[in-house]
Structure formats: C-alpha cells, structure tokens
Design a protein around this ligand. Structure first.
Ligand code: G1P
Length: 289
C-alpha cells in the first residue's frame, strides 16, 4: 500500500495564542511571510502527496481562501510586470488538491481525525499537526516517515526526544529499538505526568496511520483533558497490529507556543534570502537597555 493522502486538523481554538486567535486562525499566523499552514502543506507536497484534507471549523474560511485563486491580485501583478510575485501567488493554488471538512464541535484530535474517514477510505494516510513545523531542507520529515512506512507497511509515529520536564505536553511512546532511529511501539500515553512517563520519546505532530484507526476512534471515549484523544486510539491500534515510531531528522519548532513561534520566526528569518545578512546584523547589535 502507498500513502497518497494527508490530513491536517485545523479546527482548534488556538487559546494559547489569544488574543490574536479571537479573529485570526492560528494556522494563518505568519512565520516571516508565510502562514504556518503553508509550511505544513509544502512539506506534504515535497513528500510526494497531493491530496490534502484540512479539517476546519468556525471562522476558519480564511485558511482555505489562502489556497484559492485571487483574480484581481493576479491581474494587478500581471499588468505591473511583477512576474516573480505572480508566480508565487499562483504556485500556492497549484501546489495541491485541497479538500475540507468541518468538525462541527471541537471534541479533540481523535474526533478531528475521525472526520477524515470518508476522504481517506481504506488506505493508509498521513496526519500532520499545524503546531509542529520541521525544517529539513533536503529531506522533509514526512518523506522520511513514508520511507519507513514503505519498509514496515504499518503505522508510523514521528517522534523525537524531548527534555524530560516537557513530557506532559505530548503523547509519549514506550518503544524497543528495532534499528537506527526506528522503534517498535509497545505502549503510548497521552500527556503523562513526569513520574509516569515511560520515556522521553514524544510524538511531534506527524503520523502515518492505517485505516483501521477509524473503527477504533468511533469507540474511543474521552481521555486526557476531557477530549477524544488520537493517542488513545493509536494505543488500541498498537495492541492489534504492529506499529513503529521513527525518530525523524530535522529542526522542529512548536509554533503553537509563543517561545517556539519566536524561535521559528528568528531562524526562518535568518534563512530568508535577501533578509539574512541585515537581520543577523540587527540581532547582533540588539540592545534593549
Ligand atoms: C497533540 C497530541 C500529542 C502530541 C502533540 C504534538 O497535543 O495530542 O499526542 O504529542 O500534539 O504537538 P496538543 O499539542 O494538541 O495538545
């Protein structure tokens, strides 16, 4: 089986970024000049997947608009001869086939993924969370995971080691090393306490999942935080069939967190052609006294 579809849950309320998320979805907040969700979609496309489902909710229309044509803007850029800008704008529309479904009620990540059942059908699929942006210029994190899926033909969780004091922010994997960077998943726990965490291997917003998850999610009740948790569904799936975790290579940013967002902004700023030299100079000379 091949991974041909990806799902991006984007129905969350973005409470960690209030007040701006009162009116602007967090997925649209820019890192330098690109909305965070565009980085996610570019990673998916660079990994060879073109059919992408975005799970949205109230006040999220602007996300979808970003991937539509804007005829008056394109006309304007054309008559002004701004060809590079015109191509940039058009490329965003041509990049992928974007589909949407609405999650009527924010009942948790597991419930959001269940909303993708009709779109996915009976195939393995990728899930990428918008809070986790991973920079790997040569080999996108999802592409690395697809390689692991192709080898093992079973669900793959994208993980990295996090500082022990941070384990309660994540789904944590208990695994046994199978080969370099690949673990067999023996158990999973969503946001454990520091004392109960079975390891420091955290799921960082990237999954390839077999379609068997849907039937399980249909019967998964509320878990941590009173929400239907994807991790709880995956835990049951791991008891039924082999599941692996893959420690992917790349610099990961938690852009759902203010500090992580600022780190991403600074580091992507330093990677932006035409901006990097002056921005570096500015940072070197920064003195707020
Ligand atoms: C979600 C998942 C969690 C995962 C995390 C990665 O949590 O439930 O298992 O480790 O994303 O960012 P959230 O950050 O939405 O609370």
């Amino acid at each position: 089986m091949e991974v041909k579809k990806a799902v991006i849950p984007a129905a969350g309320l973005g409470t960690r970024f209030l007040p701006v998320t009162k009116s602007v979805p967090k997925e649209i907040l820019p890192i330098v000049d690109k909305p965070t969700i565009q980085y996610i979609i570019e990673e998916i496309v660079a990994s060879g997947i073109e059919d992408i489902l975005i799970i949205t909710g109230r006040n999220k229309e602007i996300i979808i608009n970003h991937f539509d044509q804007v005829p008056e803007l394109e006309f304007n850029l054309k008559i002004k001869g701004k060809n590079a800008e015109l191509k940039m704008v058009q490329d965003i529309t041509d990049m992928a086939n974007i589909f949407t479904v609405r999650q009527g009620e924010a009942k948790g990540l597991g419930h959001a993924v269940l909303c993708a059942k009709e779109f996915v059908g009976d195939e393995p699929f990728a899930v990428i969370l918008g809070d986790d942006i991973v920079y790997n210029h040569d080999n996108p994190a999802l592409k690395q995971m697809i390689r692991v899926f192709n080898e093992h033909q079973t669900s793959v969780l994208g993980v990295q080691t996090v500082p022990h004091e941070d384990v309660s922010k994540y789904g944590i994997v208990q695994g046994k090393e199978l080969s370099d960077y690949v673990y067999s998943v023996e158990d999973l726990v969503e946001k454990p306490s520091i004392e109960d965490a079975p390891s420091d291997l955290a799921i960082l917003g990237r999954y390839i999942i077999t379609p068997d998850i849907f039937e399980i999610l249909e019967h998964t009740g509320k878990g941590a935080g009173g929400e239907i948790q994807l991790t709880d569904g995956l835990r049951r799936l791991a008891k039924r069939q082999k599941m692996v975790a893959y420690d992917f290579a790349g610099r990961r940013y938690d852009v759902g967190d203010k500090l992580g967002f600022l780190e991403a902004t600074v580091e992507y700023g330093l990677r932006t052609p035409g901006l990097e030299t002056k921005f570096k100079e500015y940072l070197k000379n920064l003195d707020l006294s």
